[in-house]
Design a protein around this ligand. Structure first.
Ligand SMILES: Nc1ncnc2c1ncn2[C@@H]1O[C@H](COP(=O)(O)OP(=O)(O)OP(=O)(O)O)[C@@H](O)[C@H]1O
Length: 295
């Protein structure tokens, strides 16, 4: 039995002279939440488009739910749901009407559609607003509806392209709860995000994409361990972090690091030592890459 929901090998894609994906290798296990973390323009959407058969790759191979993206597209379409960065709902309809329409278009009977719509409205906490036109909804409510629409007919693999971009903290956390809930129902979730905290909170495994390559994959803890055991932080009198330096955390290393700074430390600076964050991971990995590129 294949335990992988997604298998990618040497995937490449260019637009004209611009290489966007430069040989991506990646495996996503069934029943997990996998985050693809990268800055603007890193190629996250391009990769999602290839995996969901919206765009062809130039080279390499990828399988989704065991189906080849190049030759078995109908198998993939039957196995996935996709929610994009921009909510694709009919604003003139209510959320109940939107969900009903998708249910009927997907081949559910009227009774099945009614039951599924009620279940999704409940799950997404949209029941109270179910009969209001979507154009009166907040961004967070629209995003929830967009996600609900992609789940009318549940499929084993859900692709979410930056699901919480532009949402406030409360809506973002509500969506995170829903995404985790989907995993408990056995759905594999592959999501892209620019938010380190989102990857940290949600994902079983995280792949960092930069410069067209996956520069690291692992659990949040494994990635943080790559930065070092601890981070020394220098904080100025205005409580601004002026420097973050990875360290093993041993007394010897901490002392050596601080001695090495010499008189670059302004009077009044405070020193704290903390565990690495995903921000540290990201900065460390992408800086290492830039340094390699400039050698
Ligand atoms: N159809 C296209 N034609 C030409 N260039 C494209 C096309 N689609 C994407 N690109 C370019 O490929 C690069 C990667 O874009 P992509 O949307 O995949 O990145 P992303 O990581 O999803 O970024 P964001 O976080 O901003 O959505 C960008 O420089 C973009 O301009």
């Amino acid at each position: 039995m294949n335990l992988n929901a997604i298998e990618i090998q040497g995937l490449r894609k260019s637009y004209g002279q611009q290489t966007v994906l430069n040989g991506i290798d990646l495996i996503v296990q069934k029943g997990t939440i996998h985050a693809l973390l990268g800055p603007n323009g890193a190629g996250k959407t391009t990769l999602i488009h290839i995996l969901t058969t919206l765009t062809d790759a130039d080279a390499g191979s990828a399988k989704v739910a065991g189906y080849d993206v190049a030759t078995e597209q109908s198998g993939i379409k039957r196995s996935i749901s996709l929610t994009g960065q921009f909510a694709a709902v009919d604003e003139m309809l209510t959320s109940r009407e939107n969900l009903n329409m998708i249910g009927r278009l997907s081949g559910l009977t009227a009774a099945q559609t009614k039951a599924r719509t009620a279940e999704l409205l409940e799950l997404f906490d949209l029941s109270a607003a179910a009969d209001k036109r979507v154009k009166t909804y907040s961004g967070g409510m629209r995003r929830k509806l967009d996600l609900a629409i992609s789940l009318v007919v549940p499929r084993p693999i859900l692709f979410l392209d930056e699901p919480t971009t532009g949402l406030d903290t409360t809506s973002r956390r509500a969506l995170w709860d829903i995404i985790v809930n989907l995993k408990t129902r056995g759905i594999t979730v592959f999501l892209t995000t620019q938010y380190l905290e989102e990857a940290d909170q949600l994902a079983d495994r995280i792949s960092v994409i930069s410069g067209g390559n996956v520069v690291a994959t692992g659990t949040a803890e494994q990635l943080k361990a790559r930065v070092g055991g601890e981070v020394i932080e220098l904080i100025d009198e205005e409580e601004q972090v002026v420097m973050s330096i990875p360290t093993s955390g041993s007394l010897h290393d901490v002392r050596q690091t601080l001695n090495g700074l010499g008189d670059r430390i302004a009077p009044g600076t405070r020193v704290t030592i903390r565990k690495p964050s995903m921000d540290d991971v990201f900065v460390t990995l992408t800086t290492a890459l830039q340094e390699e590129a400039s050698v």
